[in-house]
Design a protein around this ligand. Structure first.
Ligand code: PXG
Length: 294
């Protein structure tokens, strides 16, 4: 137990094996809560302020008052990492509505629960970055913007889980979700980009996708490199006929897509624009000024 990682729950640390919350927590009963997935690179929590800002925006949208200030939240993440002596890790920040009764009314939940899990990161499949991954359009549409939209990073992830199940069942690495009009929204936990005529295209968040922090880095890098980037609706056809495509996300970082629904993308290998951006992206995550030291 001495070497066991600890988990922060409401200001206390518990060994991983004993880190538990109530079965009456509405995060479990109704998916009523919000979360963030963050990475620490070499002792620096990448874009921690941006993730905490997004967490509070998500909480605001579901009228959940987080009982810590943003600064206190940043401190709690840093302290949890220090306690666990982690240098390269994955941070999962969760705020649930808290314990209530067996009715969905959030007024029955007087105190939100704050959970901070820090753990070692599992890397994605061997060769994903070098060779690219396969993807498929899922039958499950992204939740519309006037429903449990993924603009809110809420605990309602069944939409993404169903899409992932479909990809798994078909032996494909990742699923892509379309929005209600048939335009491309995003991956299950990734934003998506294509390259066409030397230009980068990516869907708007008004299709119900999350405003990704990794995607934002790519937008900044494209500007810095002088590559035109346009936010616009993308059709499945546009992806099938793109010369390059890639996913971005905290867990996946940047990963090329080599095949979609059995159609080869470009020449089936990571293209020059993707490779250039990936190289630049690695410089960004290694730069300690892009995060907060743990
Ligand atoms: N879209 C959705 C729906 C997400 O959940 C992203 C895009 C990428 O955003 P960032 O800010 O990370 O660039 C996400 C976030 C995981 C995991 O462990 C990853 C996410 C969410 C939940 C779990 O694989 N990605």
């Amino acid at each position: 137990m001495n070497n066991e990682l600890v988990v922060y729950i409401d200001g206390e640390y518990y060994p991983k094996s004993q880190a538990k919350i109530s079965v009456f927590d509405h995060g479990l009963l109704y998916g009523d809560g919000v979360f963030e997935g963050i990475r620490e690179y070499n002792g620096v929590v990448f874009k921690l302020k941006e993730h905490v800002d997004r967490l509070y925006r998500s909480a605001h949208a579901i009228m959940l008052k987080i009982p810590l200030t943003k600064d206190e939240m940043v401190k709690a993440v840093v302290e949890t990492l220090r306690t666990n002596k982690l240098k390269d890790s994955y941070v999962r920040l969760v705020v649930t509505r808290g314990e209530g009764d067996l009715g969905l009314d959030p007024r029955k939940c007087p105190k939100p629960s704050i959970i901070i899990i820090t753990d070692i990161i599992k890397l994605h499949a061997e060769g994903a970055k070098e060779n690219g991954i396969t993807a498929m359009f899922s039958w499950v549409r992204r939740n519309p913007v006037d429903a449990t939209t993924h603009e809110i990073k809420s605990l309602n992830y069944l939409n993404s889980v169903l899409a992932k199940i479909e990809a798994n069942a078909n032996g494909v690495d990742e699923a892509i979700c379309l929005e209600s009009n048939g335009y491309i929204a995003e991956g299950v936990g990734e934003n998506i980009f294509i390259v066409k005529n030397g230009e980068i295209l990516t869907p708007p968040t008004s299709t119900g996708a999350l405003a990704g922090i990794t995607a934002e880095v790519v937008v900044e890098l494209a500007a810095k490199l002088g590559i035109k980037l346009t936010v616009t609706n993308l059709t499945p056809f546009m992806l099938f006929t793109a010369v390059e495509a890639f996913f971005t996300g905290t867990a996946m970082e940047m990963v090329p897509i080599r095949e979609v629904n059995k159609r080869q993308i470009g020449n089936g290998k990571p293209g020059p624009v993707t490779k250039k951006l990936m190289a630049e992206f690695h410089k960004v995550i290694e730069d300690p000024t892009n995060g907060i030291k743990a």
